[in-house]
Design a protein around this ligand. Structure first.
Ligand SMILES: Nc1ncnc2c1ncn2[C@@H]1O[C@H](COP(=O)(O)OP(=O)(O)OP(=O)(O)O)[C@@H](O)[C@H]1O
Length: 500
């Protein structure tokens, strides 16, 4: 008998099927991947299991007993827990306060703070989830916050843990220790469902895999009996072409983006000097949190630098607002789409307007040309294969990958002269990542300067003409792509090897 069995699950939104006759079985002590392209229906299926959505039809059984949850509270009572893509912690509270939030109900004795901290420390130690119970959550790294979310579920006695794209926010090092935690959970009698579209990860950590395609089952396989090719075929139903960076002749197209001696106080960043000529990609490699975000925000005008200058095509940008810089043709793909990429309660068209307002004909005498805006949004949806029920759908209801695609479509539209792309393929499936890579290469060919910040070294090496490595707010070294030494880059990322 399986631990969990979901059969013939149907779910539609506004008449559009998100899940159609979907089946899923998860065994005891099993790490199971739910794999599929962006918008394949993975999160919807798990939201049904967790009591967030009500299914239209189908049955769910846990240990052979039929279950129906009307809220996550019911799911937790049945020992099912879920960590969402975007965490639900309160940043101003401590780790232990977050873990016990909402637990003061009869039947669940509330321990005093000392006992509580001990219980949390013991859970942390048992599963290798290293966090300080007294730490303020807002001051923790994303990886640490994820550990808090997992401890929160374990504290509530979850036996089946659902993790929605858990590694999308982790650095490669954090991912390794996260896998160790998953193995310990399995050894200790837990089962885990990981929602993902990252095939190498699926192959290295899971026991079995269910693949969804367009809301339907595309296959269920045992991990040791499959390979990357089969999974990619099941997932996207076509063979990938790959991306190739062609050599571009060095025409004299001006300076592109130039930063000279830019810095922020308290040794947070710089002084930095760099140049991204038109028709080239400068990749910034580094572990998240080493000044990459500050650098990107200075260039697009969100953050003011305290010294040095930023110029684009020979024009100083220092005193220009974000809006003025957008009008100069700067596109910005932020690494945090919910915080500064989108307005979730607005629909696709109004989110497109956030950048397109500067384009000719879109806003005249203060009035928005809705017809033209609609046309441009339709084009973006078609070109990027964005899955949505309508153009009027609030962004909140698009899948994570489709939200990301809308940002990319918007920021790369209208012949930009500079694109600052931070983690542009985070949360995207392999097919969509390839599309984004090809789009960046196309913009490069058209003469755009591109600053690419990514924690995915393969992506940096694939796309960049030059690679700068950042550590501690400084550029450790800048290497042309034809002289790449990955070991050296790794050392520089860790802050070593200046004299290597
Ligand atoms: N509350 C909702 N209202 C309207 N449509 C929705 C809602 N939730 C999901 N959908 C739609 O259902 C489809 C499946 O979305 P889902 O989030 O389940 O995909 P996913 O496989 O998790 O994708 P991703 O990998 O991009 O997160 C998408 O077309 C999405 O727009």
């Amino acid at each position: 008998m399986a631990l969990l069995s979901m059969r013939d699950i149907d779910k539609s939104f506004f008449g559009k099927m998100a899940n159609e006759h979907v089946n899923l079985e998860v065994g005891y002590n099993e790490i199971h991947a739910l794999l599929g392209e962006n918008g394949a229906g993975k999160t919807t299926l798990m939201n049904i299991l967790y009591g967030i959505y009500t299914r239209d039809s189908g049955t769910i059984e846990m240990e052979g007993k039929p279950i129906t949850f009307s809220s996550p509270k019911d799911a937790i009572k049945s020992h099912i827990g879920m960590v969402h893509q975007h965490f639900t912690l309160v940043p101003t509270l401590t780790v232990s306060e977050n873990i016990t939030l909402g637990l003061k109900s009869p039947g669940h004795p509330f321990p005093n703070r000392k006992v509580l901290d001990e219980q949390i420390a013991s859970l942390s130690c048992r599963y290798g989830l290293d966090v300080d119970p007294k730490a303020i959550v807002g001051q923790l790294s994303v990886g640490e916050q994820q550990r808090v979310e997992i401890i929160k579920l374990l504290y509530r006695d979850a036996k089946l843990l659902i993790l929605d794209e858990p590694t999308a926010v982790l650095t490669p090092q954090e991912t390794e220790s996260f896998f160790t935690v998953l193995r310990r959970l399995r050894e200790d009698g837990h089962s885990v469902i990981i929602i993902t579209h990252h095939i190498p990860e699926v192959l290295s950590i899971t026991d079995s895999i269910t693949v969804l395609q367009n809301g339907r089952n595309a296959g269920t396989v045992q991990t040791k009996e499959t390979n990357a090719e089969e999974l990619s075929r099941l997932m996207i139903g076509r063979k990938l072409q790959g991306s190739k960076r062609e050599m571009i002749s060095k025409q004299n197209r001006g300076n592109g983006l130039v930063l000279s001696g830019v810095f922020l106080s308290k040794a947070k960043l710089g002084p930095l000097s760099l140049q991204v000529p038109p028709g080239s990609i400068l990749g910034i490699a580094g572990v998240d949190g080493n000044g990459q975000k500050e650098l990107a925000e200075i260039i697009v005008g969100i953050r003011m630098h305290q010294g040095g200058t930023v110029s684009l095509c020979g024009e100083c940008l220092d005193h220009l607002s974000v809006e003025q810089r957008k009008r100069k043709g700067i596109g910005y793909i932020s690494d945090d789409r919910h915080k500064d990429g989108l307005i979730l309660d607005m629909d696709l068209q109004d989110n497109m307007l956030l950048k397109l307002f500067g384009e000719e004909g879109i806003v005249t005498h203060g009035f928005v040309n809705r017809l033209l805006l609609r046309k441009r949004t339709e084009q973006a949806v078609a070109e990027h294969a964005i899955k949505t029920s309508s153009l009027e759908c609030p962004l909140r209801y698009l899948s994570g990958g489709n939200q990301q695609k809308l940002i990319l479509a918007r920021e790369m539209a209208g012949n930009p002269s500079l694109v600052v792309a931070c983690q542009p393929t985070r949360g995207l499936d392999i097919g969509s990542s390839e599309t984004v890579h090809n789009m960046l290469l196309r913009l490069r060919k058209e003469g755009c300067s591109i600053l690419l910040v990514s924690s995915d070294l393969d992506e940096i090496v694939l796309l960049s003409d030059e690679i700068a490595v950042m550590h501690g707010g400084k550029i450790m070294d800048c290497l042309p792509n034809d002289r790449i030494d990955l070991t050296k880059i790794g050392l520089l990322m860790a802050g070593k090897g200046m004299d290597a």
